[in-house]
Design a protein around this ligand. Structure first.
Ligand SMILES: *Cc1c(COP(=O)(O)O)cnc(C)c1O
Length: 355
């Protein structure tokens, strides 16, 4: 559906990806469980397309300013994006990226398909140097979980002059904060499981690109590799997306207030927050054991991996073997939800008491 880019993101999350407005049409695209479609049309088979995926794709495409392809998970979306690198290509990646992405790249490198150049994204010159001769520059901004922020326009310009494709994992910032294609990136990847769907009840991923040739490659990757979302998940993701702007605003407000309170708490050392968004990190002063006690003694904040849901969640990241060793042992990554702030802080404060 063609929608004017002049509409604000807050409006697009509500208005884009709706059925054609005509008498008795439903306001939301329904769930279409179908493994196959009657021959002679555009869909043909359930692995090739589905109207419920298309609703989500239209909405995210409008938000990111490109054409979207939905996948069964964020990792399926990341795999599809990585397939754009020809065999033997070099991929530049932030050393503190999401550990699933690092694992995917490391495995491709072990098999000799690509080579990986991990960089410290707080050093723009090092990043530009690493882009020399690379096939792809992969960016996360903010990075997960170090929350480092990258100047996407600057990196995209540097990568482009060197002929590298620029991918931005926009999971943490969402198109409400930044639209990487407009900043010069070629490909946007999302774990829609997180903020876009927003309710911790569906796995989904999406890739958005501006040019039709790359769109064709990504769409045919989905057909061939079969990383297709279910229609229920596509419905839930679209349903969740409708409230992204209000969820984000409330969670961000909670996050900012929590950051101030954490900074003032005697049992907390470093606090990480890029100044926007819904993800906060902090390190209890008592080290990894204290962090473990904090992360497992809350009553409201849910101890779990994943993030971006309406409910506040947290975990000590280094409990995962795949987490980079440059992430501090005591670091707790908290995904701030939309609960009442006073209840949230009372819970966090009580949990800090256990440290
Ligand atoms: C969770 C996440 C992914 C992977 O997404 P899944 O939906 O879990 O497959 C990719 N990138 C980032 C930044 C994530 O947080």
């Amino acid at each position: 559906m063609a929608r004017s880019r002049a509409l604000s993101p807050e409006t697009l999350v509500v208005a884009a990806g709706r059925p054609e407005r005509k008498p008795d049409a439903p306001l939301s695209v329904p769930i279409t469980p179908a493994s196959t479609f009657v021959a002679g049309g555009e869909l043909e088979y359930g692995r090739f397309g589905n109207p419920t995926w298309a609703a989500f794709e239209d909405a995210v495409g409008a938000l990111e300013g490109g054409r979207a392809v939905m996948y069964s998970s964020g990792m399926a979306a990341a795999s599809a994006a990585l397939s754009l690198v020809a065999d033997g290509g070099a991929v530049v990646v932030p050393r503190h990226s999401y550990n699933g992405t690092l694992g995917l790249l490391a495995e491709a490198e072990r098999r000799g398909r690509i080579s990986v150049r991990a960089v410290d994204v707080t050093q723009p010159d090092a990043l530009a140097a690493a882009a020399e001769g690379a096939a792809m520059v992969w960016i996360e901004s903010p990075t997960n979980p170090a929350l480092e922020v990258v100047d996407i326009a600057q990196v995209a310009a540097a990568a482009r002059t060197r002929g590298a494709l620029v991918v931005v994992d926009n999971t943490f910032a969402t198109p409400l904060v930044q639209q990487p294609l407009a900043l010069g990136a070629d490909v946007v990847v999302h774990s829609a499981t997180k903020l876009l769907a927003g309710h911790s009840d569906a796995l989904a991923g999406v890739v958005v690109v501006a040019d039709d040739a790359t769109y064709g490659l990504l769409e045919s990757y989905r057909r061939m590799h079969g990383a297709v979302p279910g229609s229920l998940e596509a419905y839930l993701a679209t349903r969740g997306l409708r409230t992204l702007a209000v969820r984000f605003e409330k969670a961000q407000d909670n996050a900012r207030r929590l950051v101030d309170a954490l900074n003032a708490h005697p049992a907390v050392g470093a606090v990480g927050y890029p100044g926007f968004g819904t993800i906060v990190t902090f390190e209890p002063t008592g080290g990894a054991a204290a962090a473990h006690r904090v992360a497992t003694s809350s009553r409201l904040v849910v101890p779990t991996t994943s993030l971006g849901g309406v409910e506040s969640t947290w975990e000590r990241r280094r409990r995962w073997a795949g987490e980079p060793e440059t992430i501090p042992e005591a670091l707790i990554r908290m995904s701030v939800g939309i609960e009442g702030y006073d209840d949230l802080w009372a819970d966090v404060e009580a949990a800090l008491g256990s440290a």
